[in-house]
Write a protein that binds this ligand. Sequence first.
Ligand SMILES: Nc1ncnc2c1ncn2[C@@H]1O[C@H](COP(=O)(O)OP(=O)(O)OP(=O)(O)O)[C@@H](O)[C@H]1O
Ligand SMILES: [Mg+2]
Length: 473
Amino acid sequence: MESMRAVGYTLETAVADIIDNSITADATEVDLIFAAQPEPHVALVDNGSGMSAAVARNAMRLAGLNSRDHRAANDLGRFGLGLKTASISQCRDLVVVTKQDGVLSGYRWDLDYLMETKSWSLLELSEDECRALPGFSALDKHESGTLVLWRKLDQLEATVGDLEAGLNAHMVGVRKHLALVFHRFLAGEHGKKLAIAINFRPIEGADPLLQNHKATLPGPIEKIDVEGEMIELRPYTLPHLNKLSTADRERAQVEGSMRDSQGFYIYRQKRLVIWGTWFRIAPKQELGKLARVRVDVPNSLDHLWALDIKKAQAVPPPSIQRRLRQVATNIIAPSRRVHEYRGRRTNDGKQARLWNVYDDRNSFRYEINRDHPAVIALATQPVGGGESVDALLRLLERSFPVDDVYNRMGQDQTQLDSKTPDDELALLASSLWESLQGTLTAEVFVESMANSEPFDSNPKSRRILQETVKENV
Ligand SMILES: Nc1ncnc2c1ncn2[C@@H]1O[C@H](COP(=O)(O)OP(=O)(O)OP(=O)(O)O)[C@@H](O)[C@H]1O
Ligand SMILES: [Mg+2]
Protein backbone atom coordinates (compact mmCIF):
# COMPACT_ATOMS: atom_id res chain seq x y z
CA MET A 1 0.00 0.00 0.00
CA GLU A 2 2.83 2.40 0.85
CA SER A 3 4.53 1.67 -2.47
CA MET A 4 1.36 2.26 -4.42
CA ARG A 5 1.27 5.81 -3.12
CA ALA A 6 4.07 6.67 -5.52
CA VAL A 7 2.29 5.82 -8.76
CA GLY A 8 2.56 9.49 -9.69
CA TYR A 9 -0.85 11.02 -9.16
CA THR A 10 -1.19 14.72 -8.59
CA LEU A 11 -4.02 16.11 -6.50
CA GLU A 12 -5.75 17.04 -9.78
CA THR A 13 -5.50 13.63 -11.42
CA ALA A 14 -6.40 11.87 -8.17
CA VAL A 15 -9.62 13.87 -7.76
CA ALA A 16 -10.48 13.27 -11.42
CA ASP A 17 -10.07 9.53 -10.94
CA ILE A 18 -12.60 9.55 -8.08
CA ILE A 19 -15.04 11.56 -10.20
CA ASP A 20 -14.67 8.99 -12.98
CA ASN A 21 -16.28 6.53 -10.59
CA SER A 22 -19.12 8.96 -9.83
CA ILE A 23 -19.82 9.40 -13.54
CA THR A 24 -19.82 5.65 -14.07
CA ALA A 25 -22.31 5.40 -11.20
CA ASP A 26 -24.62 7.79 -13.13
CA ALA A 27 -24.17 10.70 -10.76
CA THR A 28 -25.56 14.08 -11.84
CA GLU A 29 -24.09 15.97 -8.90
CA VAL A 30 -20.61 15.83 -7.46
CA ASP A 31 -19.63 17.99 -4.50
CA LEU A 32 -16.04 18.50 -3.55
CA ILE A 33 -15.28 19.91 -0.17
CA PHE A 34 -11.83 21.07 0.81
CA ALA A 35 -11.72 22.06 4.46
CA ALA A 36 -9.21 22.49 7.23
CA GLN A 37 -11.76 21.99 10.05
CA PRO A 38 -12.47 20.00 12.18
CA GLU A 39 -9.41 18.37 10.68
CA PRO A 40 -7.91 18.89 7.21
CA HIS A 41 -9.88 16.83 4.74
CA VAL A 42 -11.10 16.48 1.19
CA ALA A 43 -14.59 15.03 0.74
CA LEU A 44 -16.05 13.95 -2.59
CA VAL A 45 -19.78 13.30 -2.54
CA ASP A 46 -21.88 12.07 -5.44
CA ASN A 47 -25.55 11.25 -5.94
CA GLY A 48 -24.84 8.18 -8.06
CA SER A 49 -26.22 4.69 -7.59
CA GLY A 50 -24.23 4.02 -4.42
CA MET A 51 -23.13 0.52 -3.49
CA SER A 52 -24.47 -2.37 -1.52
CA ALA A 53 -22.34 -3.41 1.46
CA ALA A 54 -20.86 -6.34 -0.46
CA VAL A 55 -19.97 -4.22 -3.51
CA ALA A 56 -18.51 -1.50 -1.30
CA ARG A 57 -16.35 -4.02 0.52
CA ASN A 58 -15.11 -5.36 -2.78
CA ALA A 59 -14.54 -1.83 -4.04
CA MET A 60 -12.03 -1.33 -1.23
CA ARG A 61 -9.96 -4.30 -2.42
CA LEU A 62 -7.04 -3.65 -4.71
CA ALA A 63 -8.00 -4.83 -8.17
CA GLY A 64 -11.37 -6.02 -6.92
CA LEU A 65 -12.28 -6.23 -10.60
CA ASN A 66 -10.29 -7.84 -13.39
CA SER A 67 -8.71 -5.32 -15.74
CA ARG A 68 -9.31 -7.67 -18.68
CA ASP A 69 -13.04 -7.92 -18.11
CA HIS A 70 -15.37 -6.32 -20.56
CA ARG A 71 -16.67 -3.01 -19.24
CA ALA A 72 -20.00 -1.35 -19.96
CA ALA A 73 -19.61 1.25 -22.71
CA ASN A 74 -20.06 4.13 -20.26
CA ASP A 75 -17.66 2.75 -17.64
CA LEU A 76 -14.70 5.05 -17.11
CA GLY A 77 -12.90 2.43 -15.00
CA ARG A 78 -10.46 -0.21 -16.14
CA PHE A 79 -8.13 -1.53 -13.45
CA GLY A 80 -10.14 -1.85 -10.27
CA LEU A 81 -7.55 0.35 -8.58
CA GLY A 82 -8.41 4.03 -8.98
CA LEU A 83 -10.45 4.52 -5.84
CA LYS A 84 -7.63 3.17 -3.68
CA THR A 85 -4.51 4.32 -5.52
CA ALA A 86 -5.78 7.82 -6.26
CA SER A 87 -6.91 8.26 -2.66
CA ILE A 88 -3.84 6.96 -0.86
CA SER A 89 -1.61 8.93 -3.18
CA GLN A 90 -2.98 11.99 -1.35
CA CYS A 91 -3.89 10.78 2.12
CA ARG A 92 -3.12 8.13 4.70
CA ASP A 93 -6.71 7.68 5.77
CA LEU A 94 -9.41 6.76 3.24
CA VAL A 95 -13.07 6.30 4.14
CA VAL A 96 -15.80 5.31 1.73
CA VAL A 97 -19.40 5.66 2.88
CA THR A 98 -22.11 4.69 0.46
CA LYS A 99 -25.87 4.57 0.46
CA GLN A 100 -28.05 2.30 -1.64
CA ASP A 101 -31.66 1.24 -1.05
CA GLY A 102 -31.60 2.97 2.29
CA VAL A 103 -28.64 0.91 3.49
CA LEU A 104 -25.55 2.74 4.67
CA SER A 105 -22.12 1.07 4.56
CA GLY A 106 -18.75 2.50 5.47
CA TYR A 107 -15.21 1.14 5.10
CA ARG A 108 -11.86 2.58 5.92
CA TRP A 109 -8.26 2.02 5.02
CA ASP A 110 -5.96 3.69 7.53
CA LEU A 111 -2.33 3.23 6.53
CA ASP A 112 -1.11 3.84 10.07
CA TYR A 113 -3.43 1.15 11.36
CA LEU A 114 -2.20 -1.24 8.65
CA MET A 115 1.36 -0.59 9.74
CA GLU A 116 0.40 -1.21 13.35
CA THR A 117 -1.50 -4.44 12.76
CA LYS A 118 0.72 -5.64 9.93
CA SER A 119 -2.30 -7.21 8.25
CA TRP A 120 -4.89 -6.31 5.62
CA SER A 121 -7.17 -4.88 8.24
CA LEU A 122 -10.02 -3.15 6.48
CA LEU A 123 -12.08 -1.28 9.05
CA GLU A 124 -15.87 -1.43 8.94
CA LEU A 125 -17.71 1.63 10.22
CA SER A 126 -20.96 1.63 12.18
CA GLU A 127 -23.81 3.86 11.08
CA ASP A 128 -23.07 6.28 13.92
CA GLU A 129 -19.44 6.47 12.95
CA CYS A 130 -20.46 7.24 9.36
CA ARG A 131 -22.83 9.97 10.44
CA ALA A 132 -20.14 11.70 12.45
CA LEU A 133 -17.81 12.05 9.48
CA PRO A 134 -17.07 15.38 7.80
CA GLY A 135 -18.95 15.55 4.51
CA PHE A 136 -21.67 13.14 5.65
CA SER A 137 -24.40 15.78 5.59
CA ALA A 138 -23.80 16.26 1.86
CA LEU A 139 -24.35 12.54 1.28
CA ASP A 140 -27.31 12.43 3.62
CA LYS A 141 -29.43 14.68 1.41
CA HIS A 142 -29.17 12.26 -1.52
CA GLU A 143 -31.42 9.26 -2.05
CA SER A 144 -28.35 7.21 -2.95
CA GLY A 145 -24.71 8.06 -3.43
CA THR A 146 -21.18 7.80 -2.20
CA LEU A 147 -18.85 9.81 0.01
CA VAL A 148 -15.12 9.41 -0.45
CA LEU A 149 -13.28 11.05 2.40
CA TRP A 150 -9.56 11.75 2.56
CA ARG A 151 -7.95 12.61 5.88
CA LYS A 152 -4.34 12.73 7.06
CA LEU A 153 -3.44 14.69 3.96
CA ASP A 154 0.29 14.22 4.37
CA GLN A 155 1.09 14.79 0.69
CA LEU A 156 -0.55 18.19 0.66
CA GLU A 157 1.02 19.07 3.97
CA ALA A 158 4.41 18.19 2.55
CA THR A 159 3.99 20.47 -0.45
CA VAL A 160 2.45 23.49 1.27
CA GLY A 161 3.51 25.08 4.50
CA ASP A 162 0.19 26.37 5.77
CA LEU A 163 -2.40 23.71 4.93
CA GLU A 164 -5.36 26.07 5.01
CA ALA A 165 -3.81 28.50 2.53
CA GLY A 166 -2.48 25.51 0.61
CA LEU A 167 -5.92 23.97 0.22
CA ASN A 168 -7.20 27.19 -1.25
CA ALA A 169 -4.34 27.40 -3.72
CA HIS A 170 -4.85 23.77 -4.71
CA MET A 171 -8.55 24.26 -5.27
CA VAL A 172 -7.76 26.62 -8.12
CA GLY A 173 -5.68 23.99 -9.89
CA VAL A 174 -8.26 21.26 -9.29
CA ARG A 175 -11.05 23.48 -10.58
CA LYS A 176 -9.16 24.14 -13.80
CA HIS A 177 -8.30 20.51 -14.32
CA LEU A 178 -11.85 19.28 -13.78
CA ALA A 179 -13.30 22.02 -16.01
CA LEU A 180 -11.06 20.71 -18.76
CA VAL A 181 -11.12 16.92 -18.49
CA PHE A 182 -14.86 16.68 -17.83
CA HIS A 183 -16.01 19.52 -20.09
CA ARG A 184 -18.16 17.27 -22.25
CA PHE A 185 -19.96 15.87 -19.21
CA LEU A 186 -20.41 19.34 -17.76
CA ALA A 187 -22.00 20.29 -21.08
CA GLY A 188 -24.35 17.31 -20.82
CA GLU A 189 -23.05 15.55 -23.93
CA HIS A 190 -23.59 12.14 -22.35
CA GLY A 191 -27.34 12.70 -21.94
CA LYS A 192 -27.67 13.97 -18.38
CA LYS A 193 -25.90 17.11 -17.35
CA LEU A 194 -23.27 16.70 -14.69
CA ALA A 195 -22.79 19.41 -12.09
CA ILE A 196 -19.54 19.56 -10.16
CA ALA A 197 -18.99 22.09 -7.40
CA ILE A 198 -15.97 22.84 -5.26
CA ASN A 199 -16.89 24.24 -1.86
CA PHE A 200 -20.34 24.97 -3.30
CA ARG A 201 -19.07 26.97 -6.27
CA PRO A 202 -20.10 25.24 -9.52
CA ILE A 203 -17.46 24.46 -12.14
CA GLU A 204 -18.01 25.63 -15.67
CA GLY A 205 -16.80 23.36 -18.45
CA ALA A 206 -13.88 24.64 -20.54
CA ASP A 207 -13.80 23.34 -24.09
CA PRO A 208 -10.19 23.60 -25.34
CA LEU A 209 -11.34 23.14 -28.95
CA LEU A 210 -13.62 26.19 -28.76
CA GLN A 211 -16.25 24.22 -30.66
CA ASN A 212 -18.91 26.83 -29.97
CA HIS A 213 -16.85 29.78 -31.19
CA LYS A 214 -18.25 30.92 -34.50
CA ALA A 215 -14.81 31.46 -36.02
CA THR A 216 -13.56 27.96 -35.20
CA LEU A 217 -13.25 25.87 -38.35
CA PRO A 218 -14.19 22.23 -37.82
CA GLY A 219 -12.96 19.73 -40.40
CA PRO A 220 -14.65 16.58 -41.62
CA ILE A 221 -15.23 13.66 -39.26
CA GLU A 222 -13.14 10.59 -40.05
CA LYS A 223 -13.78 7.15 -38.68
CA ILE A 224 -11.19 4.44 -38.27
CA ASP A 225 -12.22 0.85 -37.74
CA VAL A 226 -9.94 -0.90 -35.26
CA GLU A 227 -10.85 -4.49 -34.37
CA GLY A 228 -14.46 -3.71 -35.18
CA GLU A 229 -14.51 -0.66 -32.88
CA MET A 230 -14.65 2.92 -34.13
CA ILE A 231 -12.15 5.65 -33.43
CA GLU A 232 -13.43 9.02 -34.53
CA LEU A 233 -11.21 11.92 -35.58
CA ARG A 234 -12.24 15.50 -36.12
CA PRO A 235 -9.80 18.33 -36.81
CA TYR A 236 -10.44 21.89 -35.63
CA THR A 237 -8.68 25.08 -36.61
CA LEU A 238 -9.05 27.65 -33.86
CA PRO A 239 -9.72 31.31 -34.67
CA HIS A 240 -6.79 33.68 -34.97
CA LEU A 241 -5.67 35.05 -31.60
CA ASN A 242 -7.00 38.49 -32.52
CA LYS A 243 -10.51 37.07 -32.53
CA LEU A 244 -10.33 35.44 -29.11
CA SER A 245 -11.62 36.95 -25.89
CA THR A 246 -9.49 36.58 -22.77
CA ALA A 247 -11.76 33.81 -21.53
CA ASP A 248 -11.51 31.93 -24.84
CA ARG A 249 -7.77 32.23 -24.77
CA GLU A 250 -7.61 30.83 -21.28
CA ARG A 251 -9.69 27.88 -22.43
CA ALA A 252 -7.55 27.33 -25.49
CA GLN A 253 -4.16 27.69 -23.80
CA VAL A 254 -4.41 24.51 -21.80
CA GLU A 255 -0.67 23.97 -21.89
CA GLY A 256 0.32 27.54 -21.15
CA SER A 257 0.90 28.76 -24.69
CA MET A 258 -1.08 28.26 -27.87
CA ARG A 259 1.91 26.62 -29.48
CA ASP A 260 2.20 24.01 -26.74
CA SER A 261 -1.54 23.38 -26.78
CA GLN A 262 -1.70 22.21 -30.39
CA GLY A 263 -2.10 18.54 -31.13
CA PHE A 264 -4.39 15.62 -30.50
CA TYR A 265 -7.04 15.73 -27.80
CA ILE A 266 -7.79 12.16 -26.86
CA TYR A 267 -11.16 11.52 -25.27
CA ARG A 268 -11.86 8.12 -23.76
CA GLN A 269 -15.63 7.79 -23.46
CA LYS A 270 -15.85 11.60 -23.69
CA ARG A 271 -13.39 12.01 -20.81
CA LEU A 272 -10.29 13.94 -21.87
CA VAL A 273 -7.22 11.87 -21.03
CA ILE A 274 -4.40 13.33 -23.13
CA TRP A 275 -4.08 16.65 -24.85
CA GLY A 276 -1.67 18.97 -26.56
CA THR A 277 0.61 16.43 -28.18
CA TRP A 278 1.18 15.08 -31.68
CA PHE A 279 2.83 12.10 -29.95
CA ARG A 280 5.94 11.35 -31.97
CA ILE A 281 3.99 11.67 -35.16
CA ALA A 282 4.61 15.29 -36.04
CA PRO A 283 6.63 18.12 -34.50
CA LYS A 284 4.94 21.10 -32.90
CA GLN A 285 5.31 24.13 -35.11
CA GLU A 286 4.67 27.78 -34.58
CA LEU A 287 2.34 27.73 -37.57
CA GLY A 288 0.39 24.79 -36.24
CA LYS A 289 -0.61 26.50 -33.05
CA LEU A 290 -4.26 26.77 -34.01
CA ALA A 291 -4.50 23.12 -35.04
CA ARG A 292 -6.19 20.55 -32.83
CA VAL A 293 -7.65 17.15 -33.48
CA ARG A 294 -10.37 15.62 -31.37
CA VAL A 295 -9.95 11.86 -31.10
CA ASP A 296 -12.79 9.83 -29.63
CA VAL A 297 -11.79 6.41 -28.37
CA PRO A 298 -14.05 3.74 -26.82
CA ASN A 299 -12.97 1.97 -23.60
CA SER A 300 -12.99 -1.34 -25.46
CA LEU A 301 -9.66 -0.43 -27.10
CA ASP A 302 -7.82 0.32 -23.84
CA HIS A 303 -5.48 -2.62 -24.37
CA LEU A 304 -4.23 -1.14 -27.65
CA TRP A 305 -3.58 2.32 -26.23
CA ALA A 306 -1.38 1.15 -23.35
CA LEU A 307 -3.53 3.18 -20.98
CA ASP A 308 -1.90 3.78 -17.61
CA ILE A 309 -3.51 3.43 -14.18
CA LYS A 310 -3.89 7.17 -13.71
CA LYS A 311 -5.49 7.41 -17.16
CA ALA A 312 -3.17 10.25 -17.89
CA GLN A 313 -1.01 8.50 -20.45
CA ALA A 314 -1.60 6.40 -23.53
CA VAL A 315 0.10 5.70 -26.83
CA PRO A 316 -1.76 5.44 -30.12
CA PRO A 317 -1.71 1.91 -31.50
CA PRO A 318 0.56 1.42 -34.55
CA SER A 319 -2.45 0.45 -36.66
CA ILE A 320 -3.77 4.01 -36.63
CA GLN A 321 -0.54 6.00 -36.57
CA ARG A 322 -0.44 6.46 -40.32
CA ARG A 323 -3.95 7.91 -40.34
CA LEU A 324 -3.15 10.14 -37.43
CA ARG A 325 -0.12 11.44 -39.27
CA GLN A 326 -2.22 12.25 -42.35
CA VAL A 327 -4.80 14.08 -40.29
CA ALA A 328 -2.11 15.99 -38.40
CA THR A 329 -0.41 17.09 -41.59
CA ASN A 330 -3.65 18.15 -43.22
CA ILE A 331 -4.83 20.12 -40.23
CA ILE A 332 -1.62 22.09 -39.82
CA ALA A 333 -2.18 23.48 -43.33
CA PRO A 334 -5.37 25.42 -42.48
CA SER A 335 -3.80 26.66 -39.24
CA ARG A 336 -0.90 27.90 -41.31
CA ARG A 337 -3.24 29.65 -43.70
CA VAL A 338 -4.86 31.63 -40.88
CA HIS A 339 -1.40 33.02 -40.15
CA GLU A 340 0.00 33.43 -43.62
CA TYR A 341 0.01 36.85 -45.15
CA ARG A 342 -1.35 36.51 -48.61
CA GLY A 343 0.80 39.12 -50.24
CA ARG A 344 1.71 38.93 -53.88
CA ARG A 345 4.88 39.96 -55.51
CA THR A 346 3.21 40.72 -58.79
CA ASN A 347 0.01 42.56 -58.37
CA ASP A 348 -2.05 40.44 -60.72
CA GLY A 349 -5.17 40.18 -58.57
CA LYS A 350 -7.70 42.86 -57.87
CA GLN A 351 -6.66 43.46 -54.29
CA ALA A 352 -3.78 45.78 -53.59
CA ARG A 353 -1.83 44.89 -50.47
CA LEU A 354 0.50 47.31 -48.77
CA TRP A 355 3.06 44.59 -48.27
CA ASN A 356 4.22 41.85 -50.58
CA VAL A 357 6.18 38.80 -49.55
CA TYR A 358 9.04 37.92 -51.78
CA ASP A 359 10.01 34.26 -51.43
CA ASP A 360 13.30 32.83 -52.50
CA ARG A 361 13.52 29.17 -51.47
CA ASN A 362 14.17 29.34 -47.72
CA SER A 363 14.54 33.10 -47.54
CA PHE A 364 12.00 35.84 -47.70
CA ARG A 365 11.71 39.57 -47.68
CA TYR A 366 8.80 41.91 -47.08
CA GLU A 367 8.42 44.58 -49.72
CA ILE A 368 6.16 47.57 -49.74
CA ASN A 369 3.95 47.28 -52.79
CA ARG A 370 5.03 50.04 -55.17
CA ASP A 371 1.74 49.65 -57.06
CA HIS A 372 -0.38 50.41 -54.04
CA PRO A 373 -2.35 53.62 -54.71
CA ALA A 374 -1.07 55.24 -51.52
CA VAL A 375 2.52 54.63 -52.61
CA ILE A 376 1.81 55.95 -56.09
CA ALA A 377 0.22 59.04 -54.59
CA LEU A 378 3.28 59.66 -52.45
CA ALA A 379 5.77 59.05 -55.26
CA THR A 380 4.03 61.57 -57.49
CA GLN A 381 4.19 64.35 -54.91
CA PRO A 382 5.99 67.32 -56.43
CA VAL A 383 8.23 67.85 -53.40
CA GLY A 384 10.40 65.00 -52.13
CA GLY A 385 8.73 62.43 -54.38
CA GLY A 386 10.30 59.88 -56.71
CA GLU A 387 13.80 58.71 -55.85
CA SER A 388 13.83 59.69 -52.18
CA VAL A 389 10.50 57.95 -51.51
CA ASP A 390 11.82 54.78 -53.03
CA ALA A 391 14.99 55.01 -50.93
CA LEU A 392 12.94 55.43 -47.77
CA LEU A 393 10.70 52.51 -48.61
CA ARG A 394 13.70 50.29 -49.20
CA LEU A 395 15.12 51.34 -45.87
CA LEU A 396 11.85 50.49 -44.12
CA GLU A 397 11.72 47.11 -45.82
CA ARG A 398 15.24 46.21 -44.72
CA SER A 399 14.74 47.27 -41.14
CA PHE A 400 11.43 45.51 -40.63
CA PRO A 401 11.88 43.93 -37.15
CA VAL A 402 11.23 40.36 -38.24
CA ASP A 403 12.92 38.67 -35.25
CA ASP A 404 11.05 40.78 -32.78
CA VAL A 405 7.72 39.96 -34.42
CA TYR A 406 8.55 36.27 -34.40
CA ASN A 407 9.42 36.31 -30.70
CA ARG A 408 6.32 38.18 -29.75
CA MET A 409 3.97 36.01 -31.76
CA GLY A 410 5.66 32.95 -30.28
CA GLN A 411 4.60 34.26 -26.89
CA ASP A 412 1.02 34.57 -28.16
CA GLN A 413 1.07 38.35 -28.05
CA THR A 414 -1.42 40.03 -30.33
CA GLN A 415 -0.95 43.16 -32.40
CA LEU A 416 -2.33 46.43 -31.08
CA ASP A 417 -4.32 48.68 -33.41
CA SER A 418 -4.24 46.24 -36.31
CA LYS A 419 -7.47 47.78 -37.64
CA THR A 420 -7.55 51.31 -39.02
CA PRO A 421 -10.42 53.30 -37.47
CA ASP A 422 -13.02 55.01 -39.69
CA ASP A 423 -11.87 58.58 -39.07
CA GLU A 424 -8.31 57.68 -40.04
CA LEU A 425 -9.59 56.03 -43.19
CA ALA A 426 -11.47 59.22 -44.05
CA LEU A 427 -8.32 61.31 -43.56
CA LEU A 428 -6.28 58.94 -45.68
CA ALA A 429 -8.96 58.93 -48.37
CA SER A 430 -9.04 62.70 -48.65
CA SER A 431 -5.26 63.09 -48.79
CA LEU A 432 -5.01 60.38 -51.44
CA TRP A 433 -7.80 61.89 -53.47
CA GLU A 434 -6.08 65.23 -53.29
CA SER A 435 -2.93 63.92 -54.95
CA LEU A 436 -4.59 61.51 -57.37
CA GLN A 437 -7.48 63.72 -58.45
CA GLY A 438 -5.67 64.86 -61.54
CA THR A 439 -4.81 61.37 -62.78
CA LEU A 440 -7.90 59.31 -61.88
CA THR A 441 -11.63 59.69 -62.33
CA ALA A 442 -13.75 59.57 -59.17
CA GLU A 443 -15.17 56.13 -60.02
CA VAL A 444 -11.79 54.59 -60.73
CA PHE A 445 -10.42 56.10 -57.55
CA VAL A 446 -13.23 54.72 -55.35
CA GLU A 447 -13.04 51.33 -57.04
CA SER A 448 -9.29 50.86 -56.76
CA MET A 449 -9.11 52.19 -53.20
CA ALA A 450 -11.96 49.99 -51.99
CA ASN A 451 -9.93 46.99 -53.11
CA SER A 452 -6.73 48.17 -51.47
CA GLU A 453 -5.39 47.80 -47.97
CA PRO A 454 -6.45 49.11 -45.49
CA PHE A 455 -9.78 50.01 -47.11
CA ASP A 456 -10.57 46.48 -48.26
CA SER A 457 -11.16 45.13 -44.75
CA ASN A 458 -13.70 47.75 -43.67
CA PRO A 459 -17.24 47.37 -45.02
CA LYS A 460 -17.86 51.10 -44.62
CA SER A 461 -14.93 52.02 -46.90
CA ARG A 462 -16.89 52.48 -50.09
CA ARG A 463 -19.17 54.99 -48.41
CA ILE A 464 -16.25 56.85 -46.87
CA LEU A 465 -14.49 57.03 -50.23
CA GLN A 466 -17.61 58.18 -52.07
CA GLU A 467 -18.18 60.93 -49.54
CA THR A 468 -14.58 62.08 -49.88
CA VAL A 469 -14.87 62.31 -53.63
CA LYS A 470 -18.15 64.21 -53.41
CA GLU A 471 -16.85 66.72 -50.87
CA ASN A 472 -13.64 67.55 -52.70
CA VAL A 473 -14.36 68.03 -56.38
N1 LIG B 1 -18.73 6.68 -6.46
C1 LIG B 1 -19.02 5.40 -6.68
N2 LIG B 1 -20.32 4.99 -6.83
C2 LIG B 1 -20.62 3.69 -7.05
N3 LIG B 1 -19.70 2.72 -7.15
C3 LIG B 1 -18.41 3.04 -7.01
C4 LIG B 1 -18.01 4.38 -6.77
N4 LIG B 1 -16.65 4.40 -6.67
C5 LIG B 1 -16.24 3.14 -6.85
N5 LIG B 1 -17.29 2.31 -7.06
C6 LIG B 1 -17.20 0.85 -7.28
O1 LIG B 1 -15.96 0.43 -6.86
C7 LIG B 1 -15.25 -0.23 -7.89
C8 LIG B 1 -13.77 0.02 -7.76
O2 LIG B 1 -13.46 1.36 -8.13
P1 LIG B 1 -12.01 1.70 -8.62
O3 LIG B 1 -11.97 3.11 -9.01
O4 LIG B 1 -11.04 1.25 -7.61
O5 LIG B 1 -11.83 0.78 -9.89
P2 LIG B 1 -12.49 0.92 -11.32
O6 LIG B 1 -13.23 2.19 -11.44
O7 LIG B 1 -13.28 -0.32 -11.54
O8 LIG B 1 -11.21 0.91 -12.26
P3 LIG B 1 -10.06 2.01 -12.34
O9 LIG B 1 -8.93 1.50 -11.53
O10 LIG B 1 -9.74 2.03 -13.77
O11 LIG B 1 -10.63 3.28 -11.82
C9 LIG B 1 -15.87 0.29 -9.16
O12 LIG B 1 -15.75 -0.64 -10.21
C10 LIG B 1 -17.33 0.49 -8.74
O13 LIG B 1 -18.02 -0.74 -8.80
MG1 LIG C 1 -12.30 4.08 -11.01
